[in-house]
Ligand binder design. Structure first.
Ligand code: NAP
Length: 310
């Protein structure tokens, strides 16, 4: 017996737990390194109504806890830990967690992507209470309300357009008067009567943390310096995501924004190393698609180890 793991899974969001469930049921005794944000983005949302199997919806943190329990029941091991450095140049692969190292024959990277936040004084306290980075997750809760979207790229346009299904008015706030968004998306947003544009404007804070709900945004025009409060029931961030793949820089292929590049869904360029979920998916970014690619990565690990006679 050696100390080398059959499979280590980096990340404990939807993709990581699903990969853990499948590899545990294949008797591979996976080790899951939970990362900085255990539970991933689902742990930051409230009611999840678009994950199949829950007709009444389920709270994001409860859903992710259920996934963890399910994988643990079949023998998945969980460890607090964050990979500082990884050496994928030879097998077994070595993961440096700061105080210890872990060696593994195969690796599933499910480290996710973190939403970019504005860093406002009251922002973190209101996440899940009107501050959100996921329109498809939380838009429904603002039916009949006036809300805001921050950003000037395709994500912001997409969120604003989606949110017009629920909100009576969507104010799109962008820090410049030029947009990164593609022309088609920008035109669609411009032609939607429910969307109002506020350009050259930044958010200085969001209220009201003491009420645990969003009531207004403090705005500032960057050209005139004018400061005012805009009443609103929600602030949706569409200012991009940051994939958590820095520890593989130079070892795995990434696109221009740092997302891991995969072939056939989950294969990286290093045999035995697979990537799944939001760290490699900038397109769908849904809990159910992350679970799907987590499953694929696990099945590939099984096949890979089988091919080596393990
Ligand atoms: P993005 O194109 O990088 O746009 C981010 C936007 O957020 C920019 O307008 C940026 O402003 C703003 N921003 C960033 N940090 C900010 C801050 N601290 N304060 C205020 N504003 C801030 O990101 P994205 O919209 O998520 O798109 C990422 C990629 O996915 C793009 O390639 C996009 O085309 C693609 N995408 C495509 C679709 C689609 O086609 N349906 C949908 C979503 C995303 P500045 O412009 O001033 O920098």
């Amino acid at each position: 017996m050696d100390n080398i793991r059959n499979v280590v899974i980096i990340g404990s969001g939807c993709a990581g737990h699903t990969a853990a469930l499948y590899t545990a049921r294949a008797n591979l005794k996976p080790l899951v390194l939970e990362g900085h944000e255990p539970g991933g983005q689902l742990s930051l949302t409230t009611l999840v109504e678009n994950f199949p199997g829950f007709p009444e919806g389920i709270q994001g943190p409860e859903l992710i806890e259920n996934m963890r329990k399910q994988a643990a029941r079949f023998g998945a091991e969980y460890q607090h830990g964050h990979v500082v450095r990884a050496d994928l140049s030879q097998r077994p692969f070595t993961l440096n967690l700061g105080r210890e190292t872990v060696q593994t024959r195969t690796l599933i990277i499910a480290s996710g992507a973190s939403a970019r936040w504005l860093g406002l004084p009251n922002e973190q306290a209101l996440i899940g209470h009107g501050v959100s980075s996921c329109a498809t997750c939380d838009g429904f809760f603002f039916s009949g309300k006036e809300i805001t979207v921050i950003g000037g790229g395709d994500s912001a346009m997409e969120e604003a357009l989606f949110l017009t299904r629920f909100a009576t008015k969507v104010t799109l706030i962008h820090r410049r008067d030029q947009f990164r968004a593609s022309k088609i998306m920008l035109d669609r947003a411009r032609h939607n009567d429910k969307i109002h544009f506020l350009t050259d404007t930044v958010v200085d804070d969001v209220f009201d943390a003491s009420k645990k709900e969003v009531t207004a945004l403090m705005l500032r025009n960057v050209k005139t310096g004018k400061i005012w409060d805009l009443p609103a029931s929600a602030m949706f961030l569409g200012i991009g995501h940051i994939p958590n793949a820095k520890m593989f820089e130079g070892q795995l292929d990434t696109d221009q924004d740092g997302y891991l590049k995969t072939k056939d869904y989950v294969f990286t360029r290093v045999p035995g190393v697979y990537a799944c979920g939001d760290v490699q998916d900038r397109r769908y970014r849904q809990a159910v698609t992350a679970a799907g690619t987590g499953c694929m990565a696990a099945l590939e690990v099984e096949k890979f180890l089988e091919g080596e006679g393990r």
